[in-house]
Write a new protein. Sequence first.
Length: 428
Amino acid sequence: MDTIYALATAPGKAGVAVIRVSGPQAKTVCYSLSNTDKLDRKARLKKLHDRDSGVIDHALVLGFQGPNSFTGEDVVEFHTHGGPAVISLLLEELALFPECRIAEPGEFTWRAFSNGQLDLAQVEGLADLINAETEQQRRSALTVSSGEYSRFIETLNGSLLKVCALLEASIDFPEEEIPDTLLSDALKKVEAAIAIMENEIAGYKISERLQDGFEVAIVGPPNSGKSTLMNRLIGREIAITSDISGTTRDILEARMDLNGIPVTFFDTAGIRETCDEIEKIGIDRAISRANSADVRVFLCDPNDIYALDKSEQDFVFVPKDDTEKYSQSGISGLTGFGVDRLKDSLSKYFSTQLARASKSTKFRHISLLKVGLKALESARIKLVDGSQDIELIAEDVNLALSQLASILGKKDVEAVLGEIFSSFCIGK
């Protein structure tokens, strides 16, 4: 296997750059450049020399001996100054070593997966951790990348393996009468697994929202201060504001971090009866977008009959309350009155929703769980009916087990590997 190397930090000027090397030649590279061959996790300040004994830089050299490293191979990291010239010269020097080459995108993580350092779910969590923009996204990604989600799947897997053991015991003694307690125990475990899978699938929509962001539509009649409120929420001028009704005709959107929760706000066209064809298109879009949003913020009198039906999770405010006449129900994008109250209310609501999120963060996970769930439901029907076709029940349970194995990358995952690893940068 080739030894690979790459810049592991962002390109460009920086205080420090990290160049990572992994593979069988890592120790040789380390000795040639820094005159040390110790890969013992102890950082050493060394001069890095090129082949002509010229000094490249003073750097911290940190070694990890396989399999106790990220990739499971011998790894060495050079922590140099982050100037482009230093980085370029060191990478050029590494290219001169035989059997060494620049790493492909995600190849360090691929080797960690191939060497059993990470399972596929952890790889996906690591990708999410790198891309996390908010605190809640970071926490969710860390749960997966640290192996907590994998342990959850392994526990579920272990329970179903016990079911297989019970069924196999029946198959091994076909001449004996199958004890009722054996099949009833299998049924209890199958039903418990079904409940867990159903809960995971039901909570995926919330998990998906954590990744993509909750959606909040600001709706109301024309000239009700929607664009002004949008600008106040985001903290910059993204929407044109005017006293002229119907200024906003298309949907404007902006994403923000709301107390660690990703939220996308939508400023929509004022909803009213109109003969203007262009404005009518904007109103139709506004209604459609508002209906698909997680939450709507209505800017109108609470007693008004409105074109959109309000639901429990929607918020209704009296708009343009610049004089703070309505202490609890008023809001003003111009003065900021009520805006913090709106943010707090939205934050509390979304936090409540996140408590129902599943541990599964990828559609791939849910798709596999759905197949496994269908198989277990088939097994449950047979067990409830008192079926003596134990082989068929065992086949259902084994199908569910194979789906759990695929989540962790232990079976039938070749088709998705390329897509997952292509999302990583070269140094990871």
